[in-house]
Design a protein around this ligand. Structure first.
Ligand code: NAD
Length: 240
């Protein structure tokens, strides 16, 4: 049987109901911080303790939350379709829900990388902190076990290139069905991904603030929270 390709593009909104604040909503935790003081390479150079602490707080929070119904329902699509998730999120809730193919565009909170070899020397924090109590925590002066240079969060900072954008474009171009969930579509290049979809592919956008777009063909808007909209759509797609 020829399985259809589904690509699911997720943003902070899918994790909101797990208790992870989004970026731009009015209750978004990130509105308490100035992005340029935290999420840039310059900030890491000049304000290292603050940057490391900011990401450690996000990591600690990750230990306190669980995947929600939306993350879990998406895994059911794998029984009938080839499913690839392209996420802007740096949390690991898709992984913990059990999805098989996940491409992170903006990095992963649970990982760190070497400042000198950010693409090659990448480590899961828990493997570096073996035997320690707080395995989720990055130390301010943690060094790369391969070359000894300082480690940094495995996060794509603002103004940095997004290395996974090319494989993401490839996936979107091959998709027969594109599902976009919980993103304000304001962060580029991620926001441009939907424009690479085939014009005859079927597209869905699930977001309580979603607006119709005249630039995207075959788009169905589901103006719902993820835990309501995703189960409805999964149910429909499994019956088709
Ligand atoms: P954003 O904050 O810009 O937009 C969030 C979107 O989610 C909004 O459109 C909002 O209407 C929608 N939303 C809110 N609650 C929802 C719900 N219950 N169900 C469905 N949708 C809901 O987020 P973004 O577009 O993903 O861009 C923010 C950037 O910040 C991303 O690049 C990401 O890397 C980062 N970020 C990640 C996390 C995370 O990993 N969970 C959290 C915050 C920010």
């Amino acid at each position: 049987m020829n399985r259809k390709n589904i690509v699911i593009l997720t943003g902070a909104g899918i994790s909101a109901e797990s208790g992870v604040p989004t970026f731009r909503d009015s209750d978004g935790l990130w509105c308490n911080y100035k992005v340029e003081e935290i999420c840039t390479h310059d900030a890491l150079d000049w304000n290292r303790p603050v940057v490391i602490d900011f990401y450690n707080q996000r990591r600690k929070q990750l230990d306190e939350v669980q995947p929600n119904k939306a993350h879990i329902e998406l895994t059911k699509l794998e029984t009938k379709y080839n499913v690839n998730i392209v996420t802007q999120n740096v949390d690991d809730l898709h992984e913990r829900a059990g999805s098989s193919n996940i491409l992170h565009l903006h990095g992963e909170l649970r990982k760190v990388c070497c400042t000198s070899h950010p693409d090659d020397h990448v480590f899961k924090l828990e493997t570096l902190k073996h035997g320690e109590k707080e395995t989720w925590k990055q130390g301010e002066n943690d060094k790369c076990p391969i070359c000894g240079d300082l480690l940094r969060p495995y996060i794509v900072f603002f103004n940095e290139a997004v290395p996974n954008i090319e494989p993401a474009v490839d996936l979107v171009q091959k998709a027969e069905i594109l599902i976009i969930i919980g993103t304000s579509l304001q962060v580029y290049p991620a926001a441009s991904l939907m424009y690479y979809a085939k014009s005859d592919s079927v597209k869905y956008l699930i977001d309580p603030k979603a607006e119709p777009s005249s630039r995207v063909s075959n788009l169905t808007i589901i103006k719902e929270k993820a835990t309501i909209g995703v189960p409805q759509l999964v149910d429909k797609l499994l019956k088709e």
